[in-house]
Design a protein around this ligand. Structure first.
Ligand SMILES: [Fe+2]
Length: 384
């Protein structure tokens, strides 16, 4: 117990004594210690009245000591080390959001489900939105973020940020750094033949900064652009490499010259352009600690993802949630969940996940695992 970091010597000594008392009671299944400026209570988790002890403290130190001490809380380790957190929901946005209606931002906001107050979030670290920009219109977006990624789902146009301009078209992707409290981008749509307006997929790490209560101090990378031609050519190259058919995923990771060690899109964001070839049937399950905000770029019916917390003995996702892909729609794959991609249609299916895996890779906590390896380890009676 590290109470001496938070408590006065008198209080620390008192808590140690009371822990010893309550640990010795047979009914005790856990402890919660509540402090306020006047007293300390040691409360068993079953809340039994006879196990509740209260003592008025002998106060020493300044009024500031009392004030600061009143904000501290101390919990018994086993009962509190794995607190019940609101689960990250499997939610999504339909393509109709960026294919119809007026110029606007459509955000996937799960802050209510995540019990987050004061800012929008699709996951604890990331915020995903669609932009709908009608032909001839412009739309200004603003974010307090270190990284913003934009993928052009359809349309042709231009984005201006500070004194720089970039022209884009369907299938292009670009990332914009944040270097101050708010980074504003103005997007204009020149052309979109099918829906009368451009559709962009926008992901930023603004929730991470809001959680930390910080603003960017400076740019961590320079604006970076990937053209559709270069992306497709690169996928085609890896697709025709020897042994490509045996890989768990067939796709390309998008890197940045500013992130040579993590090999990620930015220092926080990560992205993969992944194709499920027609007739490939399945990409076997894997899992990772980063969240995936998946954009289904193109999918025919019978392309889908199965996701769940556990695998069965054959390495398939146990009691899975099925998310059917829809061209231009996005969905959330929660961190830590096993997920397999399936293509039972007769056409190639394409998916573009954006993740916070840049951050996890830097922290050495991405922990990506593949079901085949996990089953092999279990066969060897190795559990990790
Ligand atoms: Fe994944």
């Amino acid at each position: 117990m590290h109470s001496t970091q938070f408590c006065s010597p008198n209080l620390s000594s008192y808590i140690h004594k009371q822990l010893a008392v309550v640990h010795n009671t047979e009914r005790c299944i856990g402890l919660q210690i509540k402090m306020n400026s006047a007293q300390v209570q040691v409360v068993t988790a079953n809340g039994h009245p006879e196990n509740v002890v209260t003592k008025q403290l002998e106060r020493k130190g300044t009024a500031r000591n009392v004030e600061w001490e009143g904000r501290g809380e101390i919990f018994e380790y086993v009962g509190a080390a794995n607190p019940a957190m609101s689960p990250i929901p499997v939610m999504g946005l339909r393509a109709v959001e960026h294919e119809t209606g007026p110029t606007r931002v459509i955000t996937l906001d799960a802050s209510k489900e995540l019990e987050i107050e004061g800012y929008q979030a699709s996951s604890p670290n990331l915020l995903a939105s669609f932009l709908r920009i009608c032909v001839g219109d412009s739309l200004t977006t603003s974010a307090c973020a270190t990284s913003q990624a934009f993928y052009v789902i359809h349309g042709r146009g231009r984005t201006s940020v500070e004194d720089q301009e970039l022209e884009w078209k369907t299938g292009d992707l670009f990332v914009i750094p944040g270097g101050k409290e708010d980074t504003s981008c103005t997007h204009e749509c020149f052309q979109d033949e099918k829906t009368g307006g451009a559709g962009l997929y926008w992901v930023s790490d603004s929730p991470l900064l809001a959680y930390l209560g910080v603003v960017p101090k400076g740019k961590k990378f320079d604006a970076t652009f990937f053209s559709q031609e270069k992306l497709l050519e690169s996928v085609d190259t890896v697709r025709h490499e020897p042994g490509a058919e045996h890989r768990n995923r067939l796709g390309i990771l998008l890197g940045n010259v500013a992130t040579p060690q993590t090999k990620t899109l930015t220092h926080t964001l990560w992205s993969l352009l992944n194709v499920l070839p027609a007739g490939s049937d399945i990409q076997r399950p894997h899992r990772h600690n980063s969240v995936a905000l998946d954009l289904a770029i193109y999918a025919s019916p019978d392309s889908y993802t199965l996701m769940g917390r556990e695998l069965d003995g054959q390495g398939n996702v146990l009691n899975p949630v099925r998310v059917d892909w829809e061209s231009g729609a996005m969905f959330v794959t929660p961190p830590g969940w096993w997920h397999s991609h399936h293509n039972d249609s007769g056409e190639d299916a394409w998916v573009l996940p954006l993740q916070d895996a840049g951050l996890y890779t830097h922290q050495r906590t991405l922990d990506i695992r593949f079901s085949e390896q996990e089953i092999q380890l279990l066969d060897q009676k190795i559990v990790r």
